[in-house]
Ligand binder design. Structure first.
Ligand SMILES: [Zn+2]
Ligand SMILES: [Zn+2]
Ligand SMILES: [Zn+2]
Length: 466
């Protein structure tokens, strides 16, 4: 196993074991990727933290999975390295203990080799898949960490590297999406609040005046004198160190016996308003805006395990699929569909009756899914309904990939299948036009007759050629 030692400055020969080759990286923002690739494992010099964190950021956000997923360890083991960044390493090593490190690296590399190449995806999906792949190759749980240098307070280091500082809160959209789709399984860690204007967690909670929102309040106990039933602020009773009732002029000695303190009276020093129930408002340290607590964004920090569905998504690169969104009964997998198709070609050869093979592709459905928020379930159920209504029990439905449905219409001429497909696409266009003016669905369909002389492969080729 080839191990490279990444360092800002090469030190004299003989400092490292034979099989560790030092590679000098003077500028962390200009990584010599081609020179780094021949190694299976990288060990990062942690003695210059600013340099090391920049290298770490650039490696872990690199596009190529061969780079961002590569085993990466820190040296020396006892380096003073911030937690946020340490979570992005696969561990630390003192260079004497390489065998343990190589065993761990071997596991990660084995998993990297199983990943399918990734397609071009929507940004959120891309980041989600990168996360799933990172967790999968490490067999790791995603932990939120508390970091006062991040505006959201709680953060996920691997995710947050992919966002600009003003967009850091979007990491929570990514994990929410993963959990909603059953790719991640979350467990409660803590609840926290973000400013609705700037998403900062740096908030100052305090009691304020219900009338004018001022935080400049005088807080005073109310005193209730049992004998004469007089209730007034404590200051009305105070004479020197003693409590004397302003109404009956008797002295109050024992709380619970002579008197009690039933509640608190607030007086606003700004507007003079007196009240018993102040309102808790939070002032954002970041942008200065003040909000009632119930108007803050409440978030739950969770730790996440990757599910078996998530592992499949990590391997295949597919997260959202029309299949999982539409929940249509009786859908067969692609291999089974090809078997149906082969039988159908034979049947047409014998019976001479027309049959049709067709597909429907919703090229940008992920974009629609991600942009419509809470209405997505209803919208996708509507689309599923219209697809169901336009297939008969004898029709066969399958998925070619995450955005393409395949249809086999036995005993149906091409014109009949086209009518059904047209109804589906018209419905989607109408639905989107009525609800989401800024979205243009990209839909493609094609239908071809089953050719009694053709093969399964020749049909599929013909179908997608036009
Ligand atoms: Zn009294
Ligand atoms: Zn006031
Ligand atoms: Zn703010």
């Amino acid at each position: 196993m080839k191990v490279f030692y990444l360092t800002p400055q090469r030190t004299p020969e003989g400092t490292y074991p034979q099989f560790i080759e030092p590679v000098e990286i003077p500028d962390p923002d200009r990584l010599p990727i081609e020179a780094l690739r021949p190694a299976d494992v990288w060990v990062l010099d942690l003695t210059h933290p600013a340099w090391a964190t920049s290298v770490l950021r650039n490696l872990r956000t690199f596009t190529d999975p061969e780079v961002y997923l590569r085993p990466l360890f820190g040296f020396p083991k006892d380096a003073d390295f911030p937690d946020f960044w340490a979570t992005l390493l696969d561990g630390s090593t003192d260079l004497g203990a390489l065998p343990a490190l190589t065993a761990q690296a071997e596991k990660i590399m084995d998993r990297i080799r199983r990943l399918e190449p990734l397609q071009e995806e929507h940004f959120e999906i891309q980041v989600l898949i990168r996360l799933l792949r990172y967790l999968y190759t490490r067999d790791q749980r995603l932990q939120p960490i508390r970091d006062p240098s991040r505006s959201t307070g709680y953060t996920y280091p691997f995710l947050v590297l992919h966002f600009q500082p003003t967009d850091e809160h979007r990491i929570f959209d990514i994990v929410d999406l993963g959990e909603r789709e059953g790719l991640l399984q979350g467990r409660f860690v803590d609840r926290f609040h973000l400013c609705p204007d700037c998403y900062s967690a740096f908030l100052n909670f305090r009691e304020t005046c219900p009338a004018c929102s001022s935080a400049d309040l005088k807080r005073e106990d109310l005193v209730h004198h049992f004998v004469c039933a007089h209730v007034a602020p404590e200051s009305d009773f105070l004479q020197g160190d003693e409590l004397i009732c302003p109404k009956c002029h008797r002295q109050l000695r024992h709380i619970g016996v002579d008197y009690d303190r039933p509640s608190v009276l607030y007086t606003c020093r700004t507007c003079g308003h007196e009240f018993q129930n102040p309102m808790v408002r939070a002032r954002c340290f970041q942008c200065g805006a003040q909000h009632l607590v119930e108007n803050l964004i409440e978030k739950v920090a969770k730790e996440y395990d990757i599910t078996s569905k998530g592992r499949n998504a990590a391997l295949s690169g597919f997260t959202l699929t029309l299949g999982s969104l539409f929940h249509i009964e009786g859908v067969v997998d692609y291999a089974t569909f090809k078997t149906f198709l082969r039988h159908e070609i034979e049947r047409v050869r014998r019976s001479q009756r027309p049959s049709t093979l067709a597909y429907f592709e919703f090229t940008n459905f992920e974009e629609l899914y991600l942009s419509i928020g809470d209405r997505r379930t209803r919208v996708f159920e509507e689309i599923a309904r219209v697809i169901r209504e336009n297939i008969r029990g004898s029709d066969v439905l399958s998925y070619l990939n995450e955005r393409t449905l395949l249809f086999l219409y036995p005993e149906t001429p091409v014109e009949g299948a086209q009518v059904a497909l047209q109804r589906i696409t018209q419905f989607i266009h109408q639905l989107v036009r009525d609800n989401f003016q800024n979205f243009q669905p990209l839909l493609k369909t094609n239908a071809i007759p089953i050719d009694p002389q053709g093969t399964v492969e020749s049909h599929l080729e013909q179908l997608f050629k036009t």
